[in-house]
Design a protein around this ligand. Structure first.
Ligand code: GDP
Ligand code: IMO
Ligand code: MG
Length: 429
């Protein structure tokens, strides 16, 4: 029995898609448990590139792929993605299972997400505009609509009749918008989606637990990253779900006693999309170099990612918050041409006070304390043996591991499946 969680240890886009695809070879099932189509997970093999948003990346390995109850589902976007996967010659209708209690992203969620951002102006969160925050807000305030609710059209209509007047009131008086939402139009649109999705719905918690009990391996694919977590991230510049490994238990309906490994996906440097504090961000040529070498542009929105040095304070905290048992260090090759490489080992404020944890407020006022290591200045892309890496690269990795308090299990030296080094035989156990 094995249940492995793959979780982002920074601000997302660490390379979770690549590792999920790699590990799914040995899994029977892959499960998404939080977030929505704000995620963009890239998988590359045979010179093809695939980007998944809601459907687990493991589907590319032809395995049962589950969208758990903790995910918020935009059915319009999901149907488009199902069509994409079908075009890739995968039997998506046989492989995909969706929790019947997953909450829906409604048109007014997308609309309110975008209007709120516009209203905030320069203080905006920098959301993906996919309606994720408003959908989770309605879920928590008990006015959300679940997929299963669409199976009762009369009750669905009644719910909309309660919800829509409140949304229209907000639109008219708060956002000063002229458009009005129509109960009938939304009802018809969503009942149409339901007809196309209903054959994929089931009790996914039951399905996942039965798979684990049958002695098969289940891989749980986190979306976003530790510091975008609603409780533990750089609030309010976060997403609206629990992105931590713990979110898997509620978002998939699996007890913590079933979890065998938690793999923290970690870039060899740091990136962030959207607003919010980022102590090691580089505004100079090195930041530009990382963006260019690492092709750091968002897989969902295409926005340029902010880039900076590796932050060991952050990742050490992620190891603690998630219970990370081992790390996958990604994009080592992006650092290949640098003369020297810096690692943040602490922060300091203007009075000279040192911080060894990311504080919950005023992070913008802190400066990182750096340790500097020599670069290796030679190509590492395509290397598949640890011993074949230059000594300076191995020294850098060993220092990262020591600083963040976790062993390295996987090393990624390029975007493709085969550009991967495995450093343990205990990945699943
Ligand atoms: P995710 O959201 O965590 O799945 O990550 P994204 O897919 O948004 O972004 C990671 C990007 O880095 C993708 O374009 C991957 O193809 C790419 N990538 C993953 N691992 C490596 C690596 O080791 N080296 C390089 N150069 N690119 C990588
Ligand atoms: P993956 O799974 C990186 C960021 C947005 C914004 C904040 C809130 O590909 O790693 P939201 O639309 O969720 O309300 O936006 O969260 N964000 C991500 N950043 N990777 C992601 O997903 C992200 N999903 C959301 O940029 O700052
Ligand atoms: Mg991404």
């Amino acid at each position: 029995m094995a249940c492995v969680i793959v979780v982002g240890s920074q601000w997302g886009d660490e390379g979770k898609g690549k590792i999920v695809d790699f590990l799914t070879e040995h899994a029977a099932m892959v499960v998404r448990y939080q977030g929505g189509n704000n995620a963009g997970h890239t998988v590359k093999f045979k010179d093809q590139s695939y980007i998944l948003h809601l459907i687990p990346s493991g589907i590319l390995r032809n395995k049962t792929s589950v969208i758990g109850n903790g995910v918020v589902v935009d059915p319009k976007s999901l149907l488009k993605e199902i069509e994409d996967v079908r075009q890739w010659n995968l039997p998506v209708n046989d492989l995909l299972k969706i929790s019947n209690t997953a909450h829906l992203v409604m048109p007014y969620h997308r609309l309110f997400d975008q209007l709120r951002e516009k209203q905030k102006g320069s203080g905006k969160i920098g959301t993906t505009g996919r309606g994720i925050g408003p959908a989770y807000a309605d879920k928590v305030s008990r006015s959300g609509i679940r997929l299963i609710d669409l199976s009762k059209p009369d009750q669905f209509q009644k719910k909309l009749e309660e919800i829509i007047p409140e949304k229209n009131c907000m639109l008219k008086y708060y956002f000063k918008e002229e458009q009005e939402l129509s109960v009938t139009a939304i009802r018809d649109e969503y009942l149409g989606y339901f007809d196309q999705l209903r054959h994929l719905l089931c009790d996914t918690s039951l399905l996942i637990n039965e798979t684990i009990e049958a002695g098969k391996s289940v891989l749980c694919e986190g979306a976003q990253g530790t510091f975008l977590d609603i409780d533990h991230g750089t609030y309010p510049f976060v997403t609206s779900s629990n992105t931590l490994a713990g979110g898997m238990c509620t978002g998939a309906g699996v007890g913590p006693n079933k979890v065998s490994q938690i793999i923290g996906i970690t870039k060899a440097y740091t990136t962030r999309v959207g607003s919010g504090p980022f102590p090691t961000e580089l505004h100079d040529g090195v930041g530009e170099f990382l963006r260019k070498e690492g092709a750091e542009f968002g897989a969902t929105t295409g926005r340029p990612r902010r880039c900076g040095w590796f932050d060991a304070v952050l990742v050490r905290q992620a190891v603690r918050l998630n219970g990370i048992t081992s790390l996958a260090i990604m994009k080592m090759d992006v650092l290949d041409k640098l003369e020297t490489i810096k690692i943040a080992v602490a922060y300091q404020d203007s009075q000279g006070n040192t911080f060894s944890e990311l504080p919950p407020i005023d992070v913008d006022q802190l400066q990182p304390v750096y340790e500097e290591l020599p670069g290796w200045n030679c190509p590492t892309q395509h290397i598949t043996e640890y011993e074949a890496l230059p000594l300076a690269a191995r020294t850098y990795l060993e220092r990262l591991s020591e600083l963040v308090n976790a062993p390295i299990a996987i090393l990624s030296t390029g975007p493709r499946r085969e550009e991967t080094i495995i450093l343990t035989d205990q990945l699943w156990g």
